[in-house]
Write a protein that binds this ligand. Structure first.
Ligand code: G3I
Length: 372
């Protein structure tokens, strides 16, 4: 009897608690949702990791459906995951992502078809150009073909440029020559006629690298091959956002007749060992407490910089809303960000609009306020 009463009480308490929790969560969306507030301006996206795609991270799932109408897989469509053996493909997670997109009406930007990084081991070991070409062709045909009409867009080529605007020294440049970018778009166009096709890179708002990207895009267009947009990744530091270069880039890229997107936005607040805004995943540095100054919380002054940074950026995006097609954050909340592990592992960074408890930060409020 006592046990029964306890059970009943326990069940009622759990119901009340979860009802209260879900009300609190729903309130965020009912009143304030990024995708709703910006629906007439541009898409608002997020990067999704494996746990989020499988809906194992329930707090993230709440935010994903409330706040975003676009999503990019953070890792699961990269070639080492989706094409692990010469004749082996692993579509499991990508299929789940497509289903998630359908369920929550989220447009999927597939990432990334041709990228020198996160290549499967067997590709990195290839020595002859013919084999690289065969991988390149099979990969694009099979993967882009399978998801045509199921994903909204592809980052067809990712990060093919060096900082000075010349072609990056990659296996693709070495074995296939500088036309490999145009060829990737040509194959993607054939395999995925119903999918938008983009070039994606970091620091292409910077003048030299931007000039390289413009030359690359013009070359694709001159070959009569379709390219629908360019993605400026947007891994910047909150204290040093190159607003003028970003504005100039929106103007110059859109003059090519393509969409401009901000595809991996995050604003780091931690010291950078090299004092730059690179996003090269191979760069690593040693951990020290000095390089991790906000492990126990973010001071108000730094939070204010982050808020101002997002406010300035979204003001600019709104100014060019006819040209900017999408703004995607590189993660749902701060705990998921790659910037906690790069370029120094084990740090505590605060680059996104939602904190480690999935709560909207002052930067979120500032971005919303611009539309009030
Ligand atoms: O897959 C292994 C897993 O098997 C293992 O258990 C785990 C242990 O650490 O590592 C897993 O791989 C990690 C992978 O993320 C999946 O979590 C890699 O070590 C790690 O290096 C990888 O980092 C990703 C990085 O790209 C790698 O290139 C980041 O999550 C991802 O945010 C980042 O995203 C890139 C964009 O694709 C392109 N632009 C720059 C951006 C930031 O670097």
């Amino acid at each position: 009897m006592i046990k029964n009463k306890f059970n009943r009480f326990g069940i009622i308490a759990i119901c009340l608690l979860s009802f209260g929790y879900s009300c609190a969560q729903k309130n965020i969306s009912k009143n304030i949702s990024l995708k709703e507030v910006y629906k007439k301006d541009f898409l608002i996206g997020t990067a999704l990791n494996g746990r989020q795609i499988e809906e194992k991270d329930s707090n993230a799932v709440v935010l994903i459906q409330q706040q975003f109408n676009a999503a990019t897989p953070e890792n699961i469509m990269k070639s080492e995951v989706i094409h692990p053996g010469w004749d082996t493909y692993n579509f499991d997670m990508a299929d789940k992502l497509v289903a998630l997109g359908k369920k929550y009406k989220i447009k999927i930007n597939a990432h990334a078809l041709i990228w020198h990084s996160q290549l499967p081991g067997y590709v990195r070991r290839l020595k002859d150009a013919d084999s690289v070409k065969q991988f390149f062709t099979n990969h694009i045909k099979t993967v882009a073909g399978r998801y045509d009409g199921k994903v909204f867009s592809w980052d067809v080529v990712n990060e093919a440029l060096e900082e000075d605007g010349t072609m990056r020294k990659s296996i693709f440049l070495e074995k296939l020559g500088p036309d490999f970018v145009t060829e990737a778009f040509r194959l993607a166009q054939q395999a995925a006629p119903n999918t938008e096709l983009y070039y994606n890179d970091y620091n292409i708002e910077q003048p030299k690298k931007r000039a390289g990207a413009i030359a690359l895009i013009k070359k694709i267009q001159a070959a009569g091959v379709r390219i629908d947009g360019v993605g400026i990744q947007g891994h910047w530091r909150a204290s040093n956002i190159p607003l003028k270069d970003i504005e100039q880039s929106i103007v110059e890229f859109s003059a090519l007749g393509i969409k401009v997107m901000f595809t991996e936005l995050d604003l780091g607040v931690l010291p950078n060992p090299w004092d730059g805004d690179a996003a090269d995943v191979n760069m690593k540095a040693e951990y020290s407490a000095k390089m991790n100054p906000y492990a126990n919380g973010l001071p108000d002054s730094v939070e204010a910089k982050l808020t101002k940074g997002y406010e300035d950026l979204f003001k600019l995006f709104l100014k060019y809303k006819g040209k900017v097609g999408r703004v995607t954050f590189w993660g749902v909340n701060d705990s998921q960000s790659w910037l906690n592990g790069w370029p120094i592992p084990g740090r505590t960074n605060y680059p996104l609009l939602f904190d480690r408890n999935f709560k909207p930060k002052p930067a979120f409020d500032a971005v919303i306020k611009l539309k009030k």
